[in-house]
Design a protein around this ligand. Structure first.
Ligand code: EPS
Length: 380
């Protein structure tokens, strides 16, 4: 089963990632990985950190002459900002500056400091930082290359920022090309303009904004995941992966939220006999997953992000060194990370799906994986 592990601090020397159980013979395109990393850095509302970094992954193991060898693939992404943190972060650091004791509500600071018994939440903030999502995107790019061999694509677009909602998407072609051309990765031009306005207002008032992204997976055959065991249910696997992305507080599959307040007759996708005699659905309110399995339709996921918890005007908190009431620490942070969050969720979904597929198909080589997938029926 395809699995990942990552390490790295926001201002440490580098981010490290390993993806294991990738079959041999997969073309691993370093340029594609880097283009995915660039997509994560874009979008109005990102912090000044994005001007410091030039995210680029170095492939240091598991790939030879652009092909996976079947061994674990290891990646490195350098943190340029380490230059300014050398004496604070790292194994040989001696600096005790940059303490973080006025813990930020909504961030990992307080619970992390209590859990690991730190008197300074810097260790927590460094690892909990969404900086680590750069490595998630790089590893996700390898998962996307595995999925591409099976004809599967993963894309995303912004559907809400603050109170501004995009109109429902009816055209799921070339989603990433169209979304990436927009400042906030929104496919609805009128909504995009309003979203830009909302981000500017939040920036001026030292505040932050959340929102939602829709992730669209095309080309998945029927029958990935299984109803036979809780941990094989594809909706659960995807929700867990997306829900683990920093800032995500809710995950929806298809029309899950609206459907909860409707009659069943208005929710479930009726099944018809097609002209070719196959059973098919004309609607996709289930978002491509029924009974914990893909049903052959597009898989539609929505990730809901909370506003970034680092605020210019810190919220009320307690300073864990003085045990006095304080204003939360303010650090450089994004005003709105929703456009980037969509790209990160694509990676999380690609990895979850690649993992579920590799669990189902096994296979030592890409050719073997492809042959096994081709044998799967997509409809009856
Ligand atoms: C991020 C890097 C971080 C933050 C952001 C995401 O860099 P720095 O802390 O140096 O500004 O900009 O992370 C957060 C907002 C957060 O709360 O963790 C990145 O590379 O995506």
């Amino acid at each position: 089963m395809i699995e990942i592990v990552t390490a790295g601090e926001s201002h440490g020397k580098m981010l490290v990632g390993i993806i294991s159980n990738v079959p041999a013979g997969l073309t691993v395109d370093g340029e594609f990985i880097n283009s995915e990393l660039k997509r994560r850095m874009l979008g109005l509302g990102r912090s000044a950190r994005m001007q410091i970094e030039d995210d680029c992954a170095e492939i240091v193991a598991g790939v030879r002459a652009h092909k996976s060898t079947g061994s674990p693939i290891a990646l490195l992404i350098k943190n340029n900002d380490y230059q300014s943190w050398q004496n604070t972060i790292g194994a040989d650091a001696t600096g005790t500056d940059r303490k973080l004791t006025a813990v930020r509500p909504g961030h990992a600071d307080l619970s992390g400091a209590v859990k690991y018994r730190f008197s300074d939440a810097r260790n927590v903030a460094e690892r909990a930082s969404a900086r680590n999502t750069a490595m998630l995107v790089a590893l996700g790019a390898i998962a996307k290359q595995y999925l591409a061999e099976l004809g599967i694509t993963v894309a995303s677009h912004t559907v809400a920022i603050g109170i501004v909602k995009a109109k429902a998407c009816t055209d799921y072609t070339d989603v990433n090309t169209r979304a990436d051309a927009d400042k906030v990765r929104c496919l609805d031009a009128a909504a995009s303009e309003k979203m830009v306005g909302e981000i500017r207002i939040a920036a001026l008032s030292g505040d932050t904004l959340g929102g939602a992204s829709e992730i669209v997976v095309k080309g998945v055959k029927s029958g990935v995941g299984s109803y036979t065991a809780l941990n094989k249910r594809l909706d659960g696997i995807i929700m867990s992966a997306v829900g683990s992305v920093p800032s995500v507080k809710a995950v929806e599959i298809g029309d899950g939220i609206d459907g909860a307040s409707l009659y069943g007759s208005a929710v479930h996708d009726e099944i018809y006999l097609s002209n070719s005699g196959k059973a098919e659905r004309r609607t996709n309110r289930a978002g491509g997953i029924e009974g914990g399995m893909s049903n052959g339709q597009d898989i539609i996921i929505r990730a809901y992000f909370k506003p970034i918890p680092t605020l210019k005007n810190g919220l009320n908190t307690v300073d864990i060194s003085t045990h006095k009431q304080a204003k939360a620490a303010s650090e450089r942070a994004d005003v709105c990370a929703v456009p980037a969050g969509g790209v990160v969720c694509e990676a999380a979904v690609a990895l979850a799906l690649a993992s579920a597929l590799s669990d189902m198909l096994g296979g030592d080589t890409v050719e073997e994986v492809k042959r096994r997938y081709e044998q799967k029926e997509s409809a009856v």
